[in-house]
Write a protein that binds this ligand. Structure first.
Ligand code: ZN
Length: 414
């Protein structure tokens, strides 16, 4: 049949079409029948409905490469917040945290990340495959490409404490990872500033990513440090990719802290350099200069090595609080001092179960309102609401713009 004789349900006329292949944009029409694009080009056939789309662009749906809708997609399967922006595919399970496996041993992760899960979910997602099955069954308007969180896997085997990994535990972690990859997940993510991922060393991650590489999956990493040790962290990601052969994705690349502004250019040069030798490494970036995290994650590492109960006990002692104050006031080694980089002016309460009235206020604003030292404010907040979430600034705008324009980066919502 000639294109002129065809009939369509819908024809969009005079579009600027970007087909996603990398080819230059061109002008044309799109003809649709039964929810399927039948023709692209010059269309003159009959249509039940025709629209003049002059001035509009048609493109394939966007992929949100770094997304955290693992749980919320079950509440909002229409995902209008994404489809209205043209996003049709979400890569979930980032920063070491995914829908499965969920076990009593890694339960604490979800409490501190302010994710409320019903007993129902705990019962059903103890294996990654159970989560994958529920996701498959869900009637949703977006495609989901889930990663498994290394935090889930490590927590499921070892709990949240910083202990040396035994051979048997390594074997168990590998088994859980293999099961996840067999269940159709697209790779593994790490959150190396969060418990329990923060306790994993490079060797452990190389061993795990070898399995991801076997399945041609990707390794997405929220690196150990995005501040004074940004370059070290990128070298770690590159080392993991070189030694395991995995394809690596640096999550939400940024520079934290004024003194580090400009480092992103070096990071991208390093990535380009190692790509010459076959290391497949790319990155993503969110288009804003505030990050989002839990206040508890901003405390010195030694306070967070034995889980939340221990953390709360540490904060009860005045000597410890003085020590923490001292450490939070200067650059750190071995953990990322997010609060120092952001400053109390750009540390803003974004979500709290207990302190709704403080949402939208900075620590400095609260300090004035409550007439208290900013450090005492953060101790008070995190003691009374361990899951309190914050927006943190101190990120480089020029760096963000540089990464956004670079061919090795992809945009994400986080
Ligand atoms: Zn992250």
């Amino acid at each position: 049949m000639n294109r002129l004789d065809k009939s369509y349900d819908l024809v969009f006329k005079n579009l600027k079409i970007i087909d996603g292949t990398g080819a230059p944009a061109f002008y044309g029409d799109i003809g649709i029948k039964n929810d399927t694009i039948m023709d692209i080009g010059k269309i003159s056939g009959q249509a039940l409905q025709k629209y003049d789309c002059s001035g509009l662009i048609a493109a394939p749906g966007f992929i949100d490469i770094h997304n955290h809708s693992d749980f919320s997609i079950f509440q909002e399967p229409a995902a209008r917040n994404f489809t209205s922006q043209g996003v049709t595919t979400l890569v979930t399970g980032n920063c070491g945290l995914s829908g499965g496996p969920l076990t009593p041993k890694n339960k604490e992760m979800f409490e501190t990340e302010r994710i409320e899960l019903t007993q129902d979910k705990w019962k059903h997602w103890s294996h990654y495959s159970d989560f994958a099955l529920d996701l498959e069954k869900l009637k949703k308007s977006v495609n989901i490409a889930p990663l498994v969180g290394q935090g889930n896997i490590k927590g499921a085997v070892m709990g949240m404490e910083n202990k040396k990994v035994s051979t048997e535990q390594m074997h168990q972690m590998k088994q859980l990872l293999q099961e996840s990859m067999e269940s159709g997940c697209f790779g593994m993510s790490t959150g190396l500033i969060y418990d329990p991922g923060i306790h994993s060393d490079t060797e452990e991650l190389i061993e795990l990513t070898k399995i991801v590489a076997e399945y041609d999956g990707i390794y997405a990493t929220h690196m150990r440090n995005e501040s004074d040790f940004l370059i070290d962290s990128v070298i770690e990601a590159i080392t993991i990719a070189r030694r395991s052969g995995v394809r690596a994705q640096i999550s939400h690349l940024k520079t934290s802290g004024k003194r580090n502004f400009g480092l992103d250019q070096i990071v991208l040069q390093l990535m380009e350099y190692y790509r010459r030798f076959g290391v497949e490494i790319t990155c993503d970036v969110y288009p804003c200069i505030f990050g989002h995290t839990g206040l508890e994650n901003c405390f010195p590492l030694w306070t967070r090595t034995k889980g939340m109960v221990h953390f709360q006990n540490i904060l009860k002692q005045k000597d410890n609080r003085e020590k923490i104050k001292y450490e939070l006031s200067r650059p750190s080694i071995g953990w990322e001092n997010i609060l120092l980089d952001a400053g109390f002016d750009e540390t803003i309460i974004s979500g709290s179960q207990k302190f709704k009235e403080y949402e939208g206020k900075s620590i400095n604003e609260l300090s004035v309102i409550l007439n208290k030292d900013p450090f005492d404010i953060i101790f008070y907040l995190v003691t009374n609401d361990p899951g309190i979430a914050i927006l943190v600034g101190g990120l480089g705008k020029k760096d963000m713009e540089y990464v956004l324009q670079h061919p090795l980066s992809m945009i994400c919502s986080d």
